[in-house]
Ligand binder design. Structure first.
Ligand SMILES: Nc1ncnc2c1ncn2[C@@H]1O[C@H](COP(=O)(O)OP(=O)(O)OP(=O)(O)O)[C@@H](O)[C@H]1O
Length: 276
C-alpha cells in the first residue's frame, strides 16, 4: 500500500463528532443556542459547563436529534461522519445506542414505568444486535451486572418504581451502554440523585468510560465534578460559547469573566473543593 493510499484512508475515517455553528431556535424565532462549534475525537472527554439555562441540555439533545418538539436546529452536526440535522428519524435510530448514547439527568424519564427493566435494557440489544432468547437474557444480565447492580435477575424482573433512584440511574446507564456506543453523552447524570449515591454513579461512569475507551461529553454546572470527569471544557453562557480549553487552565486562569465567576462561586460554595 503506498503512502498516498494510507493518507487517503486516514482522511476517510470520519471524526467521532463534529459540530459547526449549531443553532437552536424556537418556532417564534427565539435563539436558545447560537453558533456552537466543537470537535470530539474517539476516547476524548469533553465537558459542557454553564449555569442553568445556558443551553447545555439543548446542545447535547441536538447531537443525536433529540430536541423537544417546537425547537429547530440549524448548522451541522456530524456523528461518525453522518449528518444529524435534517436526518430522517429512521437513520438517527441507527446512530443512537451504537454510535452515541445519552444518559439523562432524571432516570425516571428515561425509563418506562410500565415495562420490566430487563426488557428495557434488552430492547437496544434486540434492535441493534439482533439478540434473542437465551443470548438476549444473558446479555441483559451481563449489562446489569456491569453497572454494579446486585441481583441482576431480580432487577431485570422489576419495574422502575420498585428500585431506588441510584439503581434507576444504573439501569439507564446499562441500557445506554448495552450496544457499546463510542460516545456517551451524560447530561447532568447525578444531579437528581441523593448526594450519597452521586459519587458512586460518577465512579461507575468513570470506570466504564476508561475500560471501554469511550468518548464522553459530560454536561454539568458543577466544576468540581467536571474537573474529575473531563480533560477539556466548553463554557456556555446564554446559548453561546464563551470559552474553551483544558480544564486545568480554565480553573486556574479563566480568560472569560463569566468563567472566572463560575470558578469563584464554585470555590465559595465549597471551600474544600480541590481545584488546582
Ligand atoms: N422546549 C423548549 N421550548 C422553549 N424554550 C426552551 C425549551 N427547552 C429549553 N428552553 C430554554 O432554552 C434555554 C436553554 O435551556 P437548556 O435546558 O439547554 O439549559 P441548561 O443549560 O441545560 O440548563 P439546566 O442546567 O437548568 O438544565 C433556557 O432558557 C430554557 O428555558
Amino acid at each position: 500500500m503506498s503512502a498516498n493510499t494510507v493518507g487517503a484512508q486516514k482522511q476517510a475515517t470520519p471524526r467521532l463528532l463534529e459540530v459547526d455553528n449549531l443553532t437552536v431556535t424556537t418556532r417564534g424565532g427565539d435563539v436558545l443556542v447560537r453558533d456552537v462549534s466543537f470537535r470530539l475525537d474517539a476516547g476524548e472527554r469533553l465537558s459542557l459547563i454553564g449555569e442553568s439555562g445556558s443551553g447545555k441540555s439543548l446542545t447535547s439533545f441536538a447531537l443525536t436529534g433529540l430536541l423537544p418538539d417546537g425547537l429547530q436546529a440549524t448548522g451541522s452536526v456530524l456523528l461518525d461522519g453522518v449528518p444529524v440535522i435534517g436526518a430522517r428519524e429512521r437513520d438517527l435510530v441507527a446512530l443512537r445506542g451504537q454510535v452515541a448514547s445519552t444518559v439523562f439527568q432524571e432516570p425516571m424519564t428515561a425509563l418506562d414505568p410500565l415495562m420490566r427493566l430487563g426488557r428495557q435494557v434488552g430492547e437496544p440489544l434486540r434492535r441493534h444486535l439482533g439478540l434473542r432468547g437465551d443470548a438476549l437474557r444473558r446479555a441483559v444480565h451481563d449489562a446489569l451486572a456491569e453497572v454494579g447492580l446486585p441481583e441482576p435477575e431480580r432487577i431485570a424482573r422489576a419495574y422502575s418504581w420498585e428500585i431506588s433512584g441510584g439503581q434507576r440511574q444504573r439501569v439507564a446507564i446499562a441500557a445506554a451502554l448495552a450496544c457499546r456506543p463510542r460516545l456517551l453523552i451524560a447530561d447532568e447524570p447525578t444531579t437528581a440523585l441523593d448526594v450519597t449515591v452521586q459519587a458512586d454513579v460518577l465512579a461507575l461512569l468513570e470506570r466504564l468510560v476508561a475500560e471501554r475507551g469511550m468518548a464522553l461529553l459530560f454536561v454539568s454546572h458543577d466544576l468540581a465534578v467536571v474537573s474529575r470527569m473531563a480533560q477539556r471544557a466548553i463554557v456556555l453562557r446564554q446559548g453561546r460559547v464563551v470559552e474553551e480549553g483544558a480544564i486545568g487552565g480554565l480553573l486556574s486562569e479563566p480568560r472569560d469573566p463569566y468563567t472566572a465567576e463560575l470558578v469563584r462561586s464554585a470555590r465559595e460554595l465549597d471551600a474544600a473543593l480541590e481545584l488546582p
